[in-house]
Design a protein around this ligand. Structure first.
Ligand code: ARG
Length: 267
């Protein structure tokens, strides 16, 4: 073979190899999930009625409306769903790093978060409330009445920012676990907790020494819950949006929420 032919063949070979490599690195999240046969979902299951641990038929299990959405997405894609538990402040980061394919954790859509992640259509609208001890409800009747008191929020949540802004005279602390935060409220280490209404109502139903404060917090525009996904995963996002649309329109989502509210959250 003439040397120039060898050179040409060699070049063609290199070209073929590099284009193959380019192809595989551009594999999108949908293909990745389908190839693995598993959808890995990041979550923090201490957030009833959306995602929480409970005992069903004597067995520890994970339940809630977020869990049902994840299962429905898995069914739609024909893959298994793997729940990857972590503290809430790690949930979004694990999508960014690719450890999880998506995150479903009662995640509020904010402009800040939208810079880094893509979000599905919203499946729920939340509202922020303040929980206090029943015997203090007449002392804490306004944002200002919490001046110099300690207020708990979950680490990494939008409630951290909301509390700092709207309860600016209080000292706002953030805790990794909602359960622990509620215990600190009950024991008097902190005087109030900012959570979203559905979650707060769950804790109040299980703790008769707690109640909602009589004043409300203002919306900061981040009330919509959605599934978070790595930017540029449009194919998977389309499938997720189709599932969300169906579960909302068919009334399944409301049914899941209602059912979940009747289970007891275990520690
Ligand atoms: N909606 C709030 C946020 O996105 C709190 C979510 C907390 N979720 C949880 N699974 N603990 O910041």
């Amino acid at each position: 073979m003439k040397p120039w032919k060898k050179l040409l063949l060699g070049l063609a070979g290199i070209f073929a190899l590099t284009s193959l490599a380019a192809c595989s690195s551009s594999t999108n999240t949908l293909d990745k999930v389908k190839n693995k046969g598993t959808l890995t979902v990041a979550l923090n299951p201490h957030f009833a009625p959306f995602e929480f641990k409970t005992i069903q038929d004597g067995k520890d299990t994970i339940a809630g409306a977020d869990i049902e959405i994840a299962k429905a997405i898995g069914d739609e894609l024909g893959v298994k769903v793997k729940f990857s538990e972590m503290s809430f402040d790690n949930v979004l980061a694990s999508v960014q790093s690719g450890k999880a394919d998506i995150a479903i954790a009662g995640i509020s859509v904010t402009n800040e978060r939208k810079k880094v992640y893509d979000f599905s259509d919203s499946y729920y609208t939340s509202e922020n409330v303040v929980i206090v001890k029943k015997d203090k409800v007449n002392d804490f009747t306004s944002a200002d009445s919490l001046a110099k008191q300690t207020v708990g929020t979950q680490k990494g949540s939008v409630q951290e920012t909301i509390a700092k802004k709207q309860l600016s005279k209080a000292s706002v602390v953030s805790l990794a676990s909602n359960g622990e935060m509620i215990n600190e409220l009950k024991s008097g280490q902190i005087q109030a907790v900012v959570l979203e209404k559905a979650i707060a109502e769950g804790y109040i139903a299980q703790n008769d020494d707690l109640t909602l404060a009589s004043f409300n917090l203002k919306s900061d525009g981040s009330d919509a819950y959605a599934v978070a996904i790595r930017k540029g995963s449009d194919d998977l996002l389309k499938e997720i949006n189709a599932v969300i649309k169906e579960t909302k329109e068919s009334g399944k989502f409301d049914q899941w929420l209602k059912e979940a509210s009747s289970y007891k959250q275990s520690k």
